[in-house]
Each structure stands twice: as structure tokens, then as C-alpha cells.
Design a protein around this ligand. Structure first.
Ligand code: HEC
Length: 156
């Protein structure tokens, strides 16, 4: 089976972790994938959120579509702050008679409350650390994640 564990040997290890969330050396969120292919909760949540909020334009598993670019490629060059700014503010490329629009999603809680999750999921895909489809196994949902979700989704 071509699964999440396929490329785990090349997976970069996170520099630190806190309450089930993982960070790289710069302190930006990142993924954690165990040798058996089990992903951290944020990465798993990111897969679910990507699939509900981004897939319809960017294609399954970040692979792109005829309308929107493959985010598995974009994240090889786009860093975390640029990713946040693009999703929040949108992007509009006017060229060759075609208007392609990345909507500005900065007020959409279904996106912004899970933006780190979506980022680490796409980063894992982009680094080749995670295969296509739903990750088979994941770490348990951290209490800190659930608390942050409640406060983000509940606030007006
Ligand atoms: C309605 C369709 C649509 C939806 C929904 C959508 N996007 Fe996009 N997105 C686009 C298009 C089209 C572009 C290319 C815009 C351009 O090149 O100017 C784009 C561009 C981007 C880029 C910049 C890529 C690059 O290579 O510069 C990022 C990052 C991005 N989208 C992330 C997301 C994420 C994350 C989600 C889900 C939360 C999402 N998008 C949802 C249509 C969409």
C-alpha cells in the first residue's frame, strides 16, 4: 500500500512540541509523523479541513485542479507567514483572459480556526512525508486543541 509511512525516513523531525502541537526550528507549526505512519492530531484535522474548505478548488490531497494550483507544489516555496496572508487576504491573478480568484477567507471561522492544521497537513504533503488520502492513524485529540477550537469557533 502506498501509505503515509512511505517516505517517513526522509521526514524532518520537529524541533519542539507542546500539548500535541509540533514546531520547527523557527517556531512555526509543523507536522509529526511516526515511523508507523501515525500522524499528529493537527495534521489529521488539517486533512479533514482541507477536504471540506479547499478541495473543491485545489483538488484532492492538494494535487491541484484545472482552476487552482497544486498546493503540494506551492508550499515548497511559500513560507508560513505568506500562506497565512494568502488565505486570509486572497489572491487574484488576471492574465490571458482568464480570471482566477483565491477568495479571501480571513473572516471564515471554518478556515481560520484551523489554519495551522491545514498548513501542517499541506506541509507534510509538500515535503513528501505524507501520502494521499485520509491518514489511517492519528495521535489523540489534545485538550489544548479542543479548548482553542471552542474559543475560536465560539467567539463573535
Ligand atoms: C473558490 C476556489 C478556491 C477555494 C475555495 C480556495 N482556493 Fe486557494 N486559490 C484559488 C485560486 C484560483 C488560486 C490562484 C490565484 C492566483 O494565482 O492568483 C489560489 C491560490 C492559493 C494559494 C497561493 C498558491 C500559490 O502558488 O501562490 C494558497 C496558499 C491557497 N490558495 C490556499 C488555499 C487554502 C488553504 C484553501 C482552503 C482553506 C483555499 N486556498 C481555498 C482558489 C481557491
Amino acid at each position: 500500500m502506498l501509505g503515509g509511512a512511505a517516505a517517513h525516513c526522509e521526514t524532518k523531525q520537529p524541533a519542539s512540541s507542546k500539548d500535541g502541537e509540533y514546531f520547527d526550528a523557527k517556531g512555526n507549526p509543523t507536522y509529526h509523523i511516526s515511523p508507523d505512519g501515525k500522524v499528529d492530531w493537527y495534521t489529521y484535522s488539517g486533512f479533514l479541513r482541507y477536504s471540506s474548505e479547499c478541495l473543491r478548488c485545489h483538488g484532492p490531497d492538494g494535487m491541484g485542479s484545472s482552476y487552482a494550483p497544486a498546493l503540494v507544489d506551492s508550499l515548497k516555496t511559500i513560507d508560513y507567514p505568506t500562506f497565512l496572508a494568502t488565505v486570509a487576504g486572497g489572491k487574484r491573478n488576471l492574465g490571458a483572459g482568464q480570471e482566477r480568484v483565491m477568495p479571501s477567507l480571513g473572516t471564515d471561522k471554518n478556515v481560520m480556526c484551523y489554519i495551522d492544521d491545514i498548513y501542517v497537513y499541506l506541509k507534510a504533503r509538500s515535503d513528501g512525508a505524507l501520502g494521499r488520502n485520509r491518514p489511517a492513524e492519528h495521535e489523540p485529540k489534545p485538550k489544548a486543541w479542543a479548548a482553542a477550537q471552542d474559543s475560536c469557533m465560539g467567539s463573535e
